[in-house]
Design a protein around this ligand. Sequence first.
Ligand code: 5GP
Length: 195
Amino acid sequence: MIMNVINSNGKLVIISGPSGAGKSTVVDLLLKNCTLPLKLSVSATTRPPREHEEDGVAYHFLDEQAFLLLRDQDDLLECMDVFSSGFWYGTLRETVTSGLNQGLWVVLEIDIQGAFSVLDSIPDATTIFIHAGSIEELERRLTNRGTDTAESIARRLQVARDEMSLSEQYMHQIINSDPMQAMSDICSILEKVGG
Ligand code: 5GP
């Protein structure tokens, strides 16, 4: 797939990690505190919004028909049925292309399969994997979050085991025991990439 990138001063940053590792918190802190020109790519999903999740901010919440239309029109850079949950998640091609064309650092917070798929078209992306520390810690965080059913937690933990075994393929590994520290570590990594 050819990306419609005219001026590529922009950079792509892919952040993955198991559900419950605290990616969203770290990414939020990064956007607020890191002085690089970061832009979060808001994904589309067919998952229903959680309480406090705003449409267009957390995700673009779509029904399946609207999502599949985007996919069929080739408007998604990648898309996955993450966790085989029956819910789709996808990266909007236009968000990435326009960000890169504006010279921004576009941040994708996506699962590992989506990351590998994006790397096929943009191989020079910086890849960062955020760990929770251990499976037990992940289970504790997912349970305390209180947003997932027992079945969803079990599925997320199984996917986490598989993802952790592939995490070495990421350029950088971060353990998130303290979100501010994790944010600061990622910001330093990106500053070095920027030279
Ligand atoms: P959640 O349902 O907890 O918001 O997200 C579930 C998983 O989907 C997370 O691992 C998240 O990184 C991943 N995800 C979010 N957006 C996308 C996307 O656009 N593409 C892919 N492949 N994964 C995504």
